[in-house]
Design a binder for this molecule. Structure first.
Ligand code: HEM
Length: 417
């Protein structure tokens, strides 16, 4: 068989199944560090496609060779006026600048700090589920098609949790929700909005974060925002700009990812009813299920790095300046690491998936939080409506970068008590 083509898809179209698993499986076996011609006409230079688990880990853990400083997404926008701003965000920085910021923000994301949020996450899930039941013909389960898993549950949850984390009052949730959605393009299913709208939303969110910081400096609280703005044991603090940019990063990094994990996870459970039955019989399995969902869905398919020196990976010569793309979606189906990788198994343990990254300095800051959100959401669903059913066509985002479900109509049948 000749090398299969991995088609590159810029966001903006919809079709079934965006992840080319067959092609990735072939590459893992026959050409694990593959030279892809890119798609220069649409702003995508040639790159090395890294598809094996071991190699994705290697690239992620060697930022001194594989830098995050150049843009991380697959498609470069021709005139990206936000590039300077993006480079100031820690996701796009390398050590030592990255390490300083990461050291500060880690304070807000310790298991203890996240544990404090659990009670609020439970309340948010309970309210969202109750609201979704009301939308569905008053919870009668008469299938009027009004409930949509993405719109009513998966989308608001991560945003509301970020608001909670920032200590934003509930009346501000809607505007933060709208700014964040506009920023990531999720407000517009056809991606038709103008770049100006994105810029406006970014400016508003930035100003909101600045006001929040000013308020906490004036009246410190026992909360995450205060912890980031006050000197820690090392004397380090986030400066004004750094804090504002961090809030923007959170609303991008913690938003669509968790949304797509929740909706993709629900879809996987619809497609594997035996696994839903297992969860119903033993809800304690939600813990392993949350990680299996992140492995199975892999909401972020890939990230790109740039080689800052000549190097060799699995015998291939990578030159300084070459683009190197790590395919988390491929690593998460690598049979040398996972037994039966194409089986969705809510009890999978151990599960060394790379859905949150390959374990280097950029390993997902929100991994504990995302796991907690998924656990609580599915616990709440199992408790309130174990008879949830898919009731219409699923619309998926077709993108090389994000594995996303945009619409998923469901019929909710609450437990009668
Ligand atoms: C980084 C995935 C949820 C905040 C990342 C990375 C991935 C990822 C793949 C890059 C790792 C690397 O380059 O090595 C996910 C997935 C999530 C999720 C799949 C949900 C299932 C969240 C949440 C937050 C968050 C809830 C915060 C509220 C971040 C931040 C970074 C990051 C700030 C950058 C870290 C750095 O540069 O040091 N995430 N993420 N993520 N994530 Fe997440």
């Amino acid at each position: 068989m000749t090398t299969p083509e991995i088609e590159l898809v810029a966001p903006g179209t919809y079709e079934e199944n965006g992840v080319p698993h067959e092609q990735l499986a072939w590459l893992r076996e026959h050409d694990p560090v593959h030279r892809h011609h890119g798609d220069p006409e649409r702003g995508n230079p040639p790159f090395w496609a890294v598809t094996r688990h071991e190699d994705v880990v290697h690239v992620s853990r060697h930022p001194e060779v594989f830098s995050s400083y150049e843009r991380l997404a697959l498609f470069d926008e021709p005139a990206d006026e936000h590039l300077a701003l993006q480079r100031m965000m820690m996701l796009n920085q390398d050590p030592p600048e990255h390490s300083r910021k990461r050291g500060i923000v880690n304070r807000g994301f310790t298991p203890r700090a996240i544990g404090v949020l659990e009670r609020h996450i439970r309340e948010i899930c309970r309210d969202l589920v109750a609201e979704a039941l009301r939308r569905d013909g008053g919870g009668a389960g008469d299938g009027d098609g009004a409930a949509d898993f993405v719109r009513d549950l998966a989308a608001p949850l991560p945003l509301y949790v970020i608001c909670e984390l920032l200590g934003a009052p509930p009346e501000d949730r809607e505007k933060i929700f709208n700014w964040s959605n506009t920023l990531i393009g999720a407000d517009d299913p056809e991606f038709q909005r103008s770049p100006d709208e994105g810029t406006r939303a970014a400016t508003q969110l930035y100003a909101y974060a600045a006001a929040l910081a000013a308020e906490r400096r004036e009246r410190p609280r026992d909360d995450i925002v205060t912890r980031l703005l006050q000197p820690g044991p090392d004397g380090e603090v986030l400066t004004g700009d750094e804090f504002e940019l961090f809030v923007m990063l959170l609303s991008v990094a913690g938003n669509e990812t968790t949304r797509n994990a929740a909706s993709g996870g629900m879809l996987a459970l619809f497609e594997h009813p035996g696994q839903w039955e297992r969860l119903r019989a033993d809800p304690a399995l939600v813990r392993t299920a949350a990680d299996e969902i992140v492995r199975w869905v892999t909401p972020v398919n890939l990230f790109r790095r740039t080689a800052v020196r000549d190097t060799v990976l699995r015998g291939r010569r990578i030159a300084e300046g070459d683009k190197v793309v790590v395919f988390y979606a491929s690593a998460n189906r690598d049979a040398s690491v996972f037994d039966d990788p194409f089986a969705f198994d809510v009890g999978r343990d151990p599960n060394p998936h790379l859905g949150f990254g390959g374990g280097g300095p950029h390993f997902c800051l929100g991994a504990h939080l995302a796991r907690l959100e998924l656990c609580v959401l599915f616990e709440t669903l199992l408790d309130a409506m174990p008879n949830i059913e898919l009731s219409g066509n699923v619309r998926r985002l077709r993108s090389s970068f994000i594995n996303g479900v945009k619409e998923m109509p469901v019929r909710l049948r609450p437990v009668s008590r």
